[in-house]
Design a protein around this ligand. Structure first.
Ligand code: SF4
Ligand code: SF4
Length: 164
């Protein structure tokens, strides 16, 4: 199957305008630690969120992804994207959706079951001692669980801390 990203109408804006990529500590150490001068990093519990400084692109972008074979899960997940991650002492509750800026989202969206499996594996590896709940955000589902999960979040999450 041809990769539709090769004809991206926005010249791969998802990589050239990096804002809010969620990565594990392992992914960060592997692909972003060496580029700390070009990125801003926020710690969110056990995960990290990466923004390029000055609205710039991903430091791994050089006209194409320089780390494509081992790119972070959040890149592999695209154009699905993580919504919220609520951490409590015994559970991690994750929502995801496909409301993205990608103009080809209807063409390149992978099977939702694949995105679901990718997320479940990622969070199981990074939170091995907790129950993992991954829920596709269909609006109503999200609202139904939000109030309950906010309570968990307030109990369990660490303060959001900028680390660089
Ligand atoms: S995912 Fe969408 S925005 Fe990103 S390179 Fe592919 S077509 Fe372009
Ligand atoms: S790691 Fe690769 S796929 Fe992910 S944002 Fe950077 S350049 Fe794009």
């Amino acid at each position: 199957m041809t990769n539709p990203c090769l004809d991206c109408p926005t010249q791969q804006s998802c990589c050239r305008e990096l804002h809010g990529l969620t990565v594990s500590q392992t992914e960060y150490d592997r692909h972003f630690k060496a580029h700390e001068d070009t990125i801003t990093v926020f710690r969110k519990g056990a995960l990290l969120e990466i923004w390029a400084k000055d609205g710039g692109g991903c430091p791994n972008w050089n006209g194409q992804c320089a780390v494509y074979e081992t790119r972070p899960m959040d890149c592999d997940l695209y154009p699905f994207t993580i919504g919220n991650v609520f951490e409590s002492p015994d559970e991690v509750y994750v929502t995801y959706h496909k409301r993205t800026g990608c103009p080809l989202v209807t063409e390149i969206v992978q099977a939702q079951s694949e995105a679901q499996a990718l997320l479940e594996q990622f969070f199981a590896v990074n939170f091995p001692d907790r129950k993992i709940s991954v829920v596709y955000d269909e609006g109503a589902v999200r609202l139904k669980h939000l109030a309950k999960r906010v309570v968990h979040k307030l109990k369990g999450r660490q303060p959001k801390t900028q680390v660089s």
